[in-house]
Design a protein around this ligand. Structure first.
Ligand code: MN
Length: 235
């Protein structure tokens, strides 16, 4: 048996609707600019005829379960919400065609891609990595996984409110690259593995949060998410 000099990192996991076993997390992939109206609000419109999707990753340790209260993160003045549909991968696959992409799907969840927007935009505009803006501790919020093996979701309302006021309201049928296209494209770069999550991008309406704000959101047919911003840690 391997022994370690300190306790190794805990395996992150999510609850699965209707099961006692949990879904262990391997990697967290995020799709950038995957709704036209959001790409425009970020000042970077997408032309699908000449572009491919792009991705960033966050450490699995950034995962946060539904209904959490998370401290306002350090080193930002512009902490943003992004409501997203999340695909949970349940089978290994590499270089899949779009036609075969559904075979990798275990299920779906609703998620929040919490972002230090000020740091992300500085990094973007200076050509630096996005990690300080995106790979934020406790920034990958996710509901339980809803098992929907082999199913492609191509339609359904996606919405988010802050303190009960609607901020984001769209439909996953507006994804620029749909679920089949995303899995096929990502599988050209990575050997996808069971336990990988793909956050599929956020619609328009992203905005800042302050301590005390309560976020609620949902993806129709999948689930509801809730998230509360706590006070920043004292210096
Ligand atoms: Mn996002």
């Amino acid at each position: 048996m391997t022994t370690y000099i300190f306790n190794p990192p805990v395996i992150q996991s999510l609850a699965i609707r209707g099961r006692s076993e949990r879904f262990p997390i391997n990697r967290l992939f995020f799709v950038g600019r995957n709704y036209h109206a959001h790409a425009v609000e970020m000042g970077k419109p997408v032309d699908k005829s000449i572009e491919r999707p792009f991705y960033f990753t966050k450490a699995p340790q950034t995962l946060v379960e539904n209904n959490a209260t998370v401290a306002y993160p350090p080193e930002t003045q512009n902490y943003h919400f992004e409501m997203e549909m999340v695909v949970a991968i349940g089978e290994a696959g590499f270089r899949l065609s779009a036609e075969n992409a559904h075979k990798l799907i275990y299920g779906y969840a609703a998620g929040l891609d919490m972002t230090r927007r000020d740091l992300q935009l500085v990094a973007r505009d200076k050509g630096r990595p996005w990690d300080l803006g995106k790979d934020v501790e406790q920034s990958s919020v996710c509901t339980e996984i809803v098992p929907m093996q082999g199913q492609i979701i191509s339609e359904g309302a996606i919405a988010l409110e802050v303190n009960g006021i609607v901020k984001q309201s769209s439909n996953v049928n507006k994804l620029i690259w749909d679920i089949r296209e995303l899995i096929a494209d990502l599988s050209k770069f990575y050997h996808l593995e069971p336990g990988d999550l793909i956050y599929t991008g956020t619609p328009e309406g992203v905005g800042p949060l302050l301590p005390g704000d309560k976020v609620t959101g949902r993806v129709e047919g999948i689930g509801e998410i809730a998230f509360t911003v706590g006070l920043a840690e004292k210096p």
